[in-house]
Design a protein around this ligand. Sequence first.
Ligand SMILES: Cc1ncc(C[n+]2csc(CCOP(=O)(O)OP(=O)(O)O)c2C)c(N)n1
Length: 625
Amino acid sequence: MTYELLSTIDDPAQLRTLTGAQLKQLAGELRAFVLESVSKTGGHLSSNLGTVELTIALHYVFNTPHDRIVWDVGHQSYPHKILTGRRQDMARLRMYGGISGFPRRSESVYDTFGTAHSSTSISAALGMAVAAKHNGERRHTIAVIGDGAMSAGMAFEGMNNAGVLDARLLVILNDNDMSISPAVGGMNRYLARLASGRLYVAARRVAERMVSRFPRLRGFARRLEIHAKGMILPSTLFEQFGFNYIGPIDGHDLDALIPTLTNVRALDGPQFLHIVTRKGQGYKLVEADPVLYHGVSKFEPAAGIGGSKRGKVTFTDVFGDWLCDMAAQDPRLIGITPAMREGSGLVKFAERFPDRYFDTGIAEQHAVTFAAGLACEGMKPVVAIYSTFLQRGYDQFIHDVQIQNLPVLFALDRAGLVGADGATHHGAFDLSYVSCVPNITVMVPADENECRQMLYTGFTLNTPAAVRYPRGSGPGVAVEKEMRALPIGKAQLRREGKQVAILAFGTLLKAALEAGEELDATVVNMRFVKPLDDQLVAQIARTHSLLVTVEDNVVRGGAGSAVAESLAARDIAARILHLGLPDQFVDHGDQAQLLALVGLNREGILKSIRARLADMRQQASIRAA
Ligand SMILES: Cc1ncc(C[n+]2csc(CCOP(=O)(O)OP(=O)(O)O)c2C)c(N)n1
């Protein structure tokens, strides 16, 4: 396809010179470009096909970058990236050194706020709007938030505050009736009622009836119809918050969007525009299955994503199978996901155990405390949550679960480096922030089978537990059907060697074993970060001249730190080399490439150990001299 108009737009100022007909042509080209480029690089698709017209209308009506657009989550910001000078860069989207799949302040002046975790846009935009007011700058600040993201408490915290601040804030609710999976909850039902226009239609019917009975009232009835929204919609939730509610309007109709946004631009105070869009708009295969096309790998657009081509078993699969098997054995098991049914592997569980499956919406804080409540009443909740998203529920994790020592099992998926989603999504911190809290047992499986057994072990404890596992597949160890509880706090000696001992946490055991083979080092599969196998650590420290801890968590406060603390507590002096994630945010890129970059593959581990051994030799020779 030739992109006749799109190829001339390197800056939104250029698009502001186009005619209405040209804007429509541009929308067609932009949509085709999104599809073509995402099919080549992978990335988010459904949501971006849904924001094509909105993006054009926003940059057309508003004076960006002077006016600020804050994209919530930011997974739908590809059309925005393309129209703001990054068309060519889309070829390296989410690749190492290429542009991010989310807005980033360092990438463009048009990316006003870095996002990727949801529901921050209203708060951030409000901050910007208030700052503009303080600085005496006249500008518009616009938050674009999806109906899924709107289900989070944080969005309402922002609304609650914005409604009384009289700032120039426009919140656009991009309502496509979908989160990643179908949107859930009371808010979703409410929006569906609003979007179906029932209230407006009802008023219109009153007007029609009046006209048919009393033709002379035609003028009054027309006014009634015009004011129907004004009369009835003040009762919308958003109006109650102090916003002026406008909508719902068709978010794919430029003829509706542009005049509406132009009118809204003239209004002061907090405005709320409700637009209705369709995920995957314009590409039949995506429209038919927006869940499948939410985030995609490379594919052939004409053919679509192939059928159920099964790849290697992932840790997520292992979790999903375990959850079903465990639920079949124990009627107290409850499965909880904050809006990540597919990503966390709960699709089968949801089908088989619908009464025990709970999608809380994008509401990590609520999901954790909801689990705590269930546990108080004798249920056995399993919270399936990405490592990065548990960060949202951290106070609930401590205050509601750990302090009360409630038996909630946390299945922490996407631990370690996740790859293309980048720094916002890496599970880099959980070992630090989870294991510093009293009461919890923290396990790190090195392979698929160990993952299943650890989930079982955690579930059978009557106290809080976490099993953290990475994105994707492991070393390919066959998973035993039988479930056996592992001895708590016991590591597993995998290889006996000399001088150097590598203490590996989680799936990095494989690389550690390979390095250990090369160096004839002792290698331990640590299995537990908490409680740590203090005895084994002490014994190994006494019999080796160098301990090497290996983990895909930040070194600071991580599993290796726990080893050092354990030795210090026993007053055992040891030389320790801590290998793990650095004290800086790791960018997006291929998962294996990133691991290599931070030195956590076989070669990296070998290199670091050899360098340390060389240092030690040098120091010894200095001392001897
Ligand atoms: C705090 C947090 N939890 C979960 C996610 C994962 N996530 C990314 S997009 C998405 C769905 C967003 O739905 P919506 O806001 O309606 O946008 P749409 O994709 O429908 O346009 C979810 C759950 C996230 N980004 N942040």
